[in-house]
Design a protein around this ligand. Structure first.
Ligand SMILES: NC(=[NH2+])NCCC[C@H](N)C(=O)O
Ligand SMILES: [Mn+2]
Length: 259
């Protein structure tokens, strides 16, 4: 596993920071960076709120173990580290004793998949994971897919929702500055719609926005990628494309009473 020691040390800190923010009664937004970050953010969320629902929006399933990964890259493994159903498929991991896989694989749903490794596919099938790939977005439309995903993992809206949004879920035309682009992805509009639906559910506890890499691509590539990330995030926290009235003043300026 590449850069394992840094990962283990860093995630323990991420987990305790996220736990702290959520225990203070705030919402938590984590920006990345490598998607392996989800191990820390979701662990911290779980410790603060207990039973969670996780919406994983990604081109990839990120559910490889060290034994199935074709690359050894930790950003392809976070979901497998988090779920209890896969705990017995890992060797002993040094410096990860703080992390106990508590999440049920039944409480995770994917949207946007289009690059899934063979053993990842086997895992998704074996455990009946809720997974809406790009062909499902085409068939059902993004609104229906998002509603069904949320219904599957959080039917009563009682669980705190964690959204882990990988910018590579978007089409590389919309978000080129990321390490593992896959063509044929979500449009920015679809990404924004998913997050508007999440906001409307009133269940969001914490969100990750990951894999934005400003070292990849031209200045223009970086600009459109960061702007896409910004739009996705603000939709999740309540921004409306139809516009927002002023927060403080509710009178229209310039009014003069005719006499
Ligand atoms: N977060 C990501 N960009 N993940 C890409 C994972 C690619 C591949 N499935 C792997 O395990 O290496
Ligand atoms: Mn990912």
């Amino acid at each position: 596993m590449r850069e394992y020691d840094d990962f283990a040390a860093c995630m323990e800190k991420v987990s305790s920071s996220v736990k702290q923010v959520l225990s203070d009664g705030r919402l938590c937004l984590s920006l990345g960076g490598d998607h392996s970050m989800g191990v820390g953010t979701i662990d911290g969320h779980y410790q603060a709120k207990g039973d969670l629902a996780v919406l994983w929006i990604d081109a990839h399933a990120d559910i490889n173990t060290s034994a199935t990964s074709p690359t050894g890259n930790l950003h392809g493994m976070p979901v497998a580290l988090l779920v209890k159903e896969l705990a017995d498929y890992w060797p002993y991991l040094p410096n990860m004793d703080w992390q106990v896989p508590m999440l049920s694989i039944k409480n995770i749903a994917y949207i946007g998949l289009r690059s899934v490794d063979e053993y990842e596919r086997l895992i998704l099938e074996k455990f009946g994971v809720t997974a809406y790939a790009m062909e499902d977005v085409e068939r059902l439309g993004v609104h229906e897919v998002t509603q069904r995903a949320l219904e599957a993992i959080n039917p009563n809206g009682e669980r705190s929702l964690h959204v882990s949004f990988d910018i590579d879920s978007l089409d590389p035309l919309e978000a080129p500055s990321t390490g593992t682009t896959e063509r044929g992805g979500l449009s920015l509009r679809e990404g924004v719609h998913i997050m508007e639906t999440v906001f409307a559910s009133g269940t969001l506890g914490a969100m990750d926005l990951v894999e934005v890499n400003p070292l990849i691509g031209s200045e223009k590539d970086v600009k459109i990628t960061v702007d896409a990330a910004r739009q996705v995030v603000r939709a999740g926290f309540g921004y409306k494309r139809r516009g927002m009235p002023p927060l403080l003043k509710q009178e229209i300026p310039g009014y003069q009473k005719a006499d």
